[in-house]
Design a protein around this ligand. Structure first.
Ligand code: G3H
Ligand code: 13P
Ligand code: ZN
Length: 331
């Protein structure tokens, strides 16, 4: 058993309280590689932002659970080395799908876990969420649970259609699970194809314009649970310049579309205090690598193309922190 406190990590409790009160959201960036971890830490330190570094089951399978945990520990030390004496870094399990997985993460030093029972029947979701909360709280680890289903086409978290969170269920769910934050469904979804062209309209230049998020559902939930920390998954905005770069240099991402940043900015001012972004990092990395390799066909040292990839991700993380979530200067 390793306590996250020994690793210099923090849980989400105080962070979320301040974010809800202050009208901003904490960035929750997924990481699978060292370059993503470095870019996240550099961005958080330069903007003086708290940050949630999250690890999915897929990330654990890809990179190895122990390595990722040590990388998060390394992230704390790296932030100090970069001149931030007291970084606020959360190591969070993203979309934990069983009590055992959540327990394993808690036991190895995670400071926060998500139990995602959103695809289960309501009572079953409550039962396992409660079990996770009881275990986590013994170690002062915070727990995110989910109610409502996000549509999406991603491997570990797929669902064909979305079902908005029902505001009439949230008081019962939050009370009976004891969760510390609640992920809700208001129209976001995972991946780089959040809407089909048929669900969108087109602007004067022929670009797709997605339908707005269900702010009415969010506001209803806020009324039922005043001040309770709300989480938005599937919140990449799928920057068109990255998509265009990928397509220009041999990629094929037709009609990729995300959540407009002005809507995320709006959500950040409410009780939404954690916003999950993964796909935008994947796009930033892929765009930079495709461009670099196309322009430098004789290069084969990974450091040469991973360096601009890391720079591009860092630029994107800083942009999200400062211009979208508003978590800069909150340390
Ligand atoms: O919400 C899902 C995250 O983007 C993680 O995706 O399961 O492919 O690692 P992944
Ligand atoms: P995106 O695919 O929109 O980046 O969502 C990431 C996410 O919700 C991670 O849990
Ligand atoms: Zn998610």
């Amino acid at each position: 058993m390793v306590s996250y406190k020994e690793l210099g990590l923090v849980n989400t409790r105080e962070m979320f309280k301040k974010a809800v009160k202050g009208g901003y959201a904490i960035p929750a960036f997924n990481f699978n590689t060292m370059e993503q971890m470095q870019a996240i830490v550099q961005a958080a330190v330069e903007t003086k932002s708290p940050v949630i570094m999250q690890v999915s089951k897929g990330a654990r399978n890809y990179a190895n659970a122990t390595i990722l945990r040590y990388m998060a520990q390394g992230a704390v030390e790296y932030a100090k080395e970069l001149g931030c004496p007291n970084p606020q870094i959360v190591l969070h399990l993203d979309h934990g799908d069983s009590f055992e997985l959540c327990k394993d993460c808690i036991d190895m030093g995670f400071s926060s876990v998500m139990y995602d029972g959103s695809s289960l029947p309501y009572e079953e979701n409550i039962k396992i969420s409660r079990q996770v909360v009881e275990y986590a709280h013994k170690y002062d680890v915070t727990v995110e649970c989910e109610l409502g289903v996000l549509a999406g086409v991603e491997d570990e978290v797929a669902s064909a259609v979305s079902h908005y969170t029902k505001p009439e269920e949230v008081i019962d769910f939050a009370t009976r699970t004891g969760c510390d934050s609640l992920a809700i469904s208001i129209g976001t979804s995972h991946g780089a194809y959040k809407f089909t062209p048929a669900q969108c309209t087109r602007n004067a230049e022929g670009k797709l314009v997605p339908p707005p998020l269900a702010f009415n559902v969010l506001h209803e939930i806020e009324k039922k649970l005043p001040g309770f920390p709300i989480v938005l998954h599937g919140s990449s905005s799928v920057p068109q310049e990255e998509v265009d770069t990928i397509n220009k240099y041999g990629g094929k991402l037709p009609d990729a579309i995300g959540i407009p940043e002005d809507q995320l900015r709006e959500a950040s001012k409410s009780a939404v205090c954690k916003i999950n972004i993964d796909s935008d990092s994947r796009l930033a990395m892929t765009a930079a690598i495709r461009k670099y390799l196309a322009e430098n066909p004789s290069h084969f040292d990974p450091r040469q193309y991973l360096k601009p990839a890391r720079e591009n991700m860092k630029k994107m993380y800083i942009h999200k922190i400062v211009n979208v979530l508003g978590s800069n200067d909150k340390l």
